[in-house]
Design a protein around this ligand. Structure first.
Ligand SMILES: Nc1ncnc2c1ncn2[C@@H]1O[C@H](COP(=O)(O)OP(=O)(O)O)[C@@H](O)[C@H]1O
Ligand SMILES: [Mg+2]
Length: 227
């Protein structure tokens, strides 16, 4: 089976793209999916994150830096589709970069993390429109929004989540939110996802596992890869 391609994208920096991409990769590996994380952002945060892992770490995430490929990134990625089950692409923030646009043409899923706050909501419409236009050429592309860095106790959060739920019919919001949690930030130093912390990060682990379950349903793949 050719790899399913998940493109984590949003035009805004700080939306939680890298956090979402690395955590999905860490979860997918634990679900026995042969997974490749592609760092398509010149800042290289995903690469640095993963490189913090100790040698011989049991769930080492395989990361490949392809930001330099620019518009040719899709050709690069296509070379790996037969070698992996899942390819997760951490995109650069700018819509001006050609990478999100090019990757949407070959992706199965555009996953759009959005922080439920006014500025972030306003800034995400261009990207959602871009993804919708990509569906004309790539009809297999599905678009989903995920609430990112969510602060459930803020009064505006309820309004913002409802707004996300009704942004665009082409981009349903997934039920799982990634709440604002220290464990996500601290996991960067472990080179791994929050799974590294085991029971000390139970709520974060449950969240990312539940997000993976929802994504598996969208992609029509089993929750755990059948051997
Ligand atoms: N759910 C979360 N809880 C706490 N901090 C988060 C969460 N998501 C992202 N962050 C932090 O917010 C910042 C921006 O996130 P990042 O994933 O790098 O965004 P992007 O890749 O979209 O620029 C980082 O410092 C990251 O650790
Ligand atoms: Mg990033």
């Amino acid at each position: 089976m050719a790899a399913k391609i998940i493109v984590v994208t949003n035009q805004k920096g700080g939306a939680g793209k890298t956090n979402t991409a690395v955590h999905l990769a860490g979860t997918a590996i634990r679900r026995k999916y042969k997974t490749l994380l592609i760092d398509a952002d010149r800042q290289g945060t995903a690469t640095k994150w993963v490189s913090q892992a100790e040698e011989g770490a049991p769930y080492k995430i395989r990361v490949m830096g392809l930001a330099h490929a620019e518009a040719k990134i899709a050709n690069e990625v296509k070379q790996y589709v037969e070698d992996y089950d899942l390819i997760i692409v951490d995109c650069p923030p700018a819509v001006e970069s050609q990478i999100p646009q090019v990757m949407l043409m070959i992706a199965d899923l555009a996953l759009v993390p959005i922080v439920p706050a006014p500025g972030d909501l306003w800034a995400s419409t261009d990207l959602l429109e871009l993804a919708e236009r990509a569906q004309v050429i790539n009809p297999d592309l599905q678009i989903r929004i995920v609430g990112s860095n969510v602060r459930p106790n803020l009064a505006m959060t309820k309004w913002a989540i409802e707004t996300l739920e009704n942004m665009r019919p082409s981009a349903p919001k997934l039920k799982t939110n990634l709440n604002q949690r220290g464990a996500y930030v601290e996991s960067m130093l472990t080179g791994d996802s929050v799974h590294y912390f085991k029971s000390a990060a139970k709520p974060a682990i449950q969240e990312i596992e539940s997000l993976f379950d929802e994504i598996a349903a969208v992609l029509n793949i089993p929750k755990v890869k059948k051997q």
